[in-house]
Structures are given as C-alpha cells and as structure tokens.
Design a protein around this ligand. Structure first.
Ligand code: 5GP
Length: 131
C-alpha cells in the first residue's frame, strides 16, 4: 500500500510544499516541533534511510542541505537540526527543524499553526531555496 508520503508526492493529499526536484520533495511537517519544521523525502518509496543506495542517499542529503540553508535564511533560529526517525511513516524522510532550544528536537514540544500561517511560511521558504 502506498505510504501517506507517496500520496503527497502523487498529489492525492495536499501538503505545504517548499521545494521539489526530479527525485525529491520537501514540505512542512503537519505537526511541527518548531516553526519551519520541514520534511525532505525521496520520491521513491523506501522505508529506511540506510536502505537507499549510496547515490540516492547522497542526493537526499544534498537536497536537504539546500532546504536547510533556506530555512536558516527565512526563520529566526540558532541553527537547523536534522533527524531521521521513521517510526510513524515508513517512507524515508529527513526532519529539518529550526532550533532555538534543545526541547525542539524532542518531538514532545509542538507548535500550532493555522492554514494561513502554514501557507505563508511555505511560500517564504520556497522563495529562499535555490536548487
Ligand atoms: P516519524 O515517522 O519520523 O516518526 O514522523 C513522521 C512525521 O511525519 C511526524 O513529524 C508527523 O507530524 C509527520 N506527518 C505525518 N503525516 C503527515 C501528513 O500527512 N502530512 C505532513 N505534512 N506531515 C505528516
């Protein structure tokens, strides 16, 4: 069965997209740890990150780096944290989280944003990305 992220890639369910290239897409996490929490995913449906082949892995890291640089430019933060978990969604994704405090990496600390705020933020981040 297609993962929820494959449904996002296929446009079957909506997302707040910030970047896309031939092999990847980046969009805002729907339940963010912090403002700007973004997921970078490969379009191929692979469950675990270290099951990607070397080229796929390196391309995902390079794509994620470009998105992270745009997050740093757009959002007031000390740095952008990176995490890979995948216990909820079995489709490789890199969490990029603009950090001001360690608690923002714990996945216990959530921020609430409405549709308008998500849309405006995604637009600002997208404008800062050069792929
Ligand atoms: P993990 O699999 O790394 O534990 O967490 C999956 C992440 O995906 C969570 O942070 C969760 O909020 C996010 N997520 C789950 N479903 C959706 C969705 O349909 N849309 C978006 N944008 N994020 C999702």
């Amino acid at each position: 069965m297609a993962s929820i992220f494959t449904k996002i890639i296929d446009g079957k369910i909506p997302c707040y997209k910030v970047a896309e290239d031939e092999n990847h897409i980046a969009f805002l996490d729907i339940n963010p740890n912090a403002k700007g929490h973004t997921l970078c995913i490969p379009k191929i449906e692979v469950n675990k990150i270290f099951d990607l082949n070397s080229d796929q892995y390196l391309l995902l890291m390079e794509f994620s780096r470009k998105v992270a640089l745009a997050l740093e430019e757009t959002i007031s933060c000390k740095r952008v944290g990176m995490s890979v978990i995948g216990l909820e969604v079995p489709h490789v994704h890199v969490h990029l989280i603009p950090l001001n405090d360690m608690k923002e990496m714990t996945f216990q600390n959530k921020v609430t944003m409405d549709d308008q705020a998500f849309k405006a933020l995604a637009k600002d981040i997208a404008a800062a990305i050069s792929l």
